[in-house]
Design a binder for this molecule. Structure first.
Ligand code: AMP
Length: 239
């Protein structure tokens, strides 16, 4: 396992250090939230709980929840709080959540945040949620997204600014012509950012108001960001 710049020793963390508790990871499209969630899962030995993934699994399995959620998700709307909360409640009963978990895509509304806070407060053994936002400068994000090119054959991802192929527009590995995903344009990026900010702002304010919100700089190497998140969470837990 990779060593990070922090004092964290991967693998041992799970046994010896204080439990990280519930962490809500926030970040705009393209900041590398998924990558960081994976790093933290490895470092802390705790699960990632993504309500989008759980909902998709329910849809795939054809559960009653999945049947109702399918159309709502298809319309790009939010699934009602009570349904998502109940799904999360069930997931939190699993023993792998005892030391903590990384929340991804939940809470997404104030109703969900209040429900989770109340639930955790009612359990003396549970720590409260801390929220960490991975922040990347807008123009930097735009460059990352609009510069992205994918190989349709081997799926390798390039970036014409920071990680270009050797020959313009051609995959190094198999010579296929690289493509740009239809939603990796500036216009769609702006739209996704607007939607993200509108949706996330109330949740950010909720945790900021409770003194359980922090930001980390996402424009650094992957392991440095992960170490920054670990240090930030530890700092908030001690405060
Ligand atoms: P995601 O993979 O997080 O983008 O979620 C995909 C879709 O699942 C969203 O567009 C919503 O329809 C639904 N969804 C995921 N998480 C939530 C949530 N916390 N509250 C309501 N709907 C959600």
């Amino acid at each position: 396992m990779r060593q990070t710049a922090s004092s964290v020793e991967p693998g041992r963390e799970a046994e010896s250090k204080t439990a990280p508790g519930p962490l809500l990871l926030l970040g705009a499209p393209g900041v590398g939230k998924g990558t960081q969630a994976k790093e933290l899962v490895k470092l802390w030995g705790i699960p990632q709980i993504s309500t989008g993934d759980l909902l998709r699994a329910n849809v795939a399995q054809g559960t009653p929840l999945g049947k109702t959620a399918k159309e709502i998700i298809g319309r790009g709307e939010l699934v009602p709080d009570e349904m998502v909360n109940e799904m999360v409640a069930l997931r939190l009963l699993e023993p792998d959540t005892v030391r903590g978990y990384i929340l991804d895509g939940f809470p997404r509304t104030l109703g969900q945040a209040d429900w989770l806070d109340a639930r955790l407060a009612a359990q003396p053994e549970s720590l409260p949620v801390v929220a960490v936002m991975i922040r990347v400068n807008y123009n930097q994000l735009l460059r990352r997204i609009t510069g992205r090119r994918n190989c349709p054959v081997c799926q390798r991802i390039y970036n014409i600014h920071v990680n270009p192929p050797q020959r313009d527009g051609i995959c190094d590995l198999d010579g296929a012509a690289l493509i740009q995903r239809a939603d990796d344009t500036e216009e769609i990026f702006k739209e996704r950012m607007r939607a993200y900010e509108a949706q996330t702002a109330p949740v950010v304010e909720h945790y900021r108001g409770k003194g359980r919100f922090a930001e980390v700089d996402g424009d650094r190497p992957i392991d440095v960001i992960a170490a920054g998140i670990v240090a930030t969470v530890e700092g908030m837990r001690k405060a």
